[in-house]
Design a binder for this molecule. Structure first.
Ligand code: SF4
Length: 743
């Protein structure tokens, strides 16, 4: 559109944590105000539409309660939950200069006194733009010597599990799903949070495909499936092994594919002999006949597409579950058929130059001269309350004796290595809502010897504990580059509008802070365009040096907005069939049914079903017999969007409800619509019952929400634990036992 036109249209990319990574066209008027957002019709997966969350995105960008200026906690105001709508009264506006100078000074002081590892970044996928997710921030913390964060909270268990089998996360192209004759959605609420896959599923169904959904909860997707299988939470590995048992028992495997492409088949075949349909039925709640029917339908249909999503891996045995499920298309040779195969994520195809972006070499110049210790983000409560406990207790002793009170340090838990956390720098995340073991996290955030900075767009559960709140941009307000975990396009997200107020992207924030800290390396002054070129590893000939991106130049990307990866340039002429020829990037060069890597580490080289400690088979079930499903909302993105009235309205039906099977309600003497207490040893929450006969008996479901929007000031994470997954050290949100009683 001509520059003199009253409107211009800018190509951006939705950077919310969603596989679809939509190309978003933003219409901007003469005053520089965005007036419309719409899906780019020329992007083959976006296809011109946006989900309900982002279709009204301007409500978020121009929300009256956005944080627009740097804020400092007023002297004497205690940390802790603040009434919604009046948070600003606890903070005072400061300039960016004041805020950056004060934060830099405080970080220096903490680093000098306790060592730089006492400073902990905490971030995740509030933006999945390549720069915004991890670039200048990583440089900053490497140079500082701050603790490294193991970013495990969402996908690490599943990602590592998939890579144990296949080496890299590739998957069936989303656009090819239209060719499938069976879509098996396993823990995948396609309609709720992968909506751009849905039209391809519908097209496949119009052409005769069946949709089978495996999910303990009757999601929107499950409700419209041909067959919804509501297995018990955490039993996915058992079901996958049971399906393999039937497939092998009946000779439905693809022997030629197995011989050519896989490793460890004989050992797997031996292992699955014990997973008879009858045994698996007892764990999953299915009948043996249903397990046999599912196995036959899966193995006999061509093409068969397995859409596996990350919910499966958020249980204690979640890594093994993903590993076992991922083996199914290798057993049946489903990868050979266009439209068949599977998809957990396509992110392995995007080989960004992370070294150039994150600069781990800067750690050598930090005060510790090496890469810092690693803290697992799924154990934030422990990190804030137990790490370096002795050292912190000493400090608290001094403070307490000054105040004439007794020390209240925790007893009885071992103190891990390294200093206590004395500064927490939160960006791209809202741990006050999303981190497991909410009460422990809040105890940590309440510490008066913890300095907390939060870079955010709104007042959240986390900003209530901040010493400084810094205003953050939305994806309309900064430039970034992005891949996807649900398609194969590299996309440029151009800045469409000036940030409102004084909001700034985290790339700018950490560059500025580095300079105030006296870090003289020139990389802290890189511009976003320079960093995008670095991410793309643009060489002297103007082309990317990254695998699969060699055909891409920055200029092409600027002009086109989105460019397919090299192997996906002509999908009709050269369909992409992952894992069908050549070697696979595993140690054996084959798809691994048996993992020598795991075996060498003393673990089981084969998948096996071990019931989670917090499940109906665990000892704690005698006290807390109900398995809790902490549900994500279809119209929120984890905790993002939960503050917007329009989005809340769309989730009103289950807001602050605990869904129960009628038999579980009856045995507790509670009825529909009654106020109950949901509790375990970690916490308690009052909710209203909602009877739901589609849940398996013994399973209750409640959705994740902001703690501060609940009268108890807590959310379902008051009930979840910091126990980690079997692979990848991920969070185990879906291995949680509770009891329900009348309030
Ligand atoms: S949240 Fe997902 S579906 Fe919605 S606009 Fe963003 S990328 Fe697209």
């Amino acid at each position: 559109m001509a520059a003199s036109a009253p409107f211009r249209i800018v190509h951006t990319v939705c950077s919310h944590d969603c596989p679809d990574s939509c190309a978003v066209l933003v219409t901007v008027n003469e005053e520089g105000r965005a007036v419309k957002v719409e899906g780019d019709p020329s992007q083959p997966v976006t296809r011109g539409f946006l989900c309900g969350k982002v279709a009204k995105y301007l409500d978020r960008v121009y929300a009256p309660d956005r944080v627009l200026y740097p804020l400092r906690r007023k002297p004497g105001v205690a940390k802790g939950p603040l009434p919604r709508g009046s948070e600003h009264e606890s903070f005072e506006r400061v300039s960016w200069d004041e805020a950056l100078d004060a934060i830099a000074a405080q970080l220096k002081q903490i680093s000098d006194r306790y060592g730089p590892e006492s400073i902990l970044p905490y971030s995740y996928a509030g933006t999945i733009g390549v720069l915004g997710f991890g670039s200048m921030d990583r440089r900053f913390f490497h140079r500082l010597g701050g603790s490294q964060l193991d970013r495990t909270i969402c996908s690490e268990a599943g990602g590592q599990a998939w890579n144990l089998v296949y080496g890299k996360k590739y998957g069936t192209p989303t656009e090819d799903v239209r060719l499938a004759k069976l879509v098996l959605a396993w823990g995948a609420n396609i309609h709720g949070n992968n909506i751009h896959l849905w039209p391809f599923v519908e097209e496949a169904r119009r052409n005769g495909a069946r949709l089978i959904v495996i999910d303990p909860y009757r999601t929107r997707t499950a409700a419209v499936a041909d067959w919804h299988i509501a297995i018990r939470p955490g039993t996915d590995a058992a079901l996958a092994l049971g399906l393999m048992h039937v497939i092998l028992n009946e000779g439905l495997e693809d022997r030629a594919y197995i011989a050519e492409m896989t490793h460890g088949f004989e050992r797997l075949a031996e292992r699955v002999r014990e997973y008879t349909p009858e045994r698996v039925a007892a764990w999953t709640g299915m009948t043996a006949a249903e397990i046999e029917q599912l196995a036959r339908e899966y193995a006999n249909t061509r093409p068969t597409m397995l859409r596996l999503n990350y919910g499966v891996q958020r249980s204690q045995n979640g890594g093994t579950a993903v590993r076992a499920i991922a083996m199914l298309p290798a057993l049946t040779g489903a990868w050979k058929h266009r439209g068949g195969g599977g998809q957990l994520s396509t992110s392995g195809a995007f080989q960004w130059d992370k070294k150039a972006l994150e600069r781990p070499d800067l750690a050598a110049a930090s005060p510790i001269g090496r890469l810092a210790r690693v803290v697992n983000m799924s154990e934030l409560g422990r990190a804030l309350t137990e790490l370096g406990r002795d050292q912190r207790t000493e400090i608290r002793d001094q403070k307490d004796s000054e105040q004439g009170t007794m020390n209240s340090g925790q007893e009885g838990t071992p103190a891990p290595d390294g200093p206590a956390v004395h500064a927490l720098f939160v960006y791209n995340s809202n741990p006050g809502a999303v981190a497991p073991n909410h009460n422990a996290v809040c105890r940590g955030l309440m510490r008066d010897d913890l300095f907390t900075v939060v870079h955010e767009q709104f007042f959240t559960d986390t900003t209530d504990y901040a010493d400084y709140i810094l205003p953050a941009t939305t994806f309309l307000e900064h430039t970034d580059v992005q891949g996807a975990y649900g398609h194969y396009f590299v996309q440029l997200s151009k800045q469409a509008i000036a940030p409102p107020g004084e909001a700034r992207p985290n790339v700018w924030l950490f560059g500025q802070l580095a300079q105030r800290m006296g870090f003289s390396e020139s990389c802290f002054r890189d511009t976003p365009e320079e960093m995008i070129r670095q991410a793309l590893a643009i060489g002297e000939d103007g082309h990317s040096k990254n695998a699969n991106m060699e055909h891409i130049t920055f200029e092409d990307l600027e002009r086109e907005g989105h460019i397919p990866l090299a192997f996906y340039a002509e999908p009709e002429k050269r369909p992409f069939l992952p894992y069908t020829s050549g070697s696979v990037p595993t140690p054996s060069g084959k798809i691994e049914f048996f993992s020598e890597t795991l075996a060498a580490a003393g673990a089981d080289g084969l998948p096996a079903f071990i019931p989670p400690i917090e499940s109906r088979w665990g000892a704690a079930a005698t006290k807390y017999p109900l398995e809790l499903l902490g549900r994500k909302n279809d119209n929120f993105m984890n905790s993002t969007f939960a503050n917007l009235p329009g989005h809340r309205k769309m989730e009103a039906r289950t807001s602050q409800r605990i869904e129960m099977h009628p038999t579980d309600a009856q045995s507790r003497g509670v009825v529909d619509g009654e106020r109950v207490r949901v509790f375990n040893d970690r916490g308690s929450l009052e909710l209203t019952t909602m009877l739901n006969a589609s849940l398996p008996a013994g399973v209750v479901a409640a959705r994740l929400d902001w703690a501060k929007l609940h009268p108890d000031g807590a959310n379902i994470n008051a009930l979840t634990s910091e126990r980690l997954t079997d692979i990848g050290g991920g969070a185990t949100f879906y291995s949680t036992l509770v009891e329900v009683a009348k309030a």
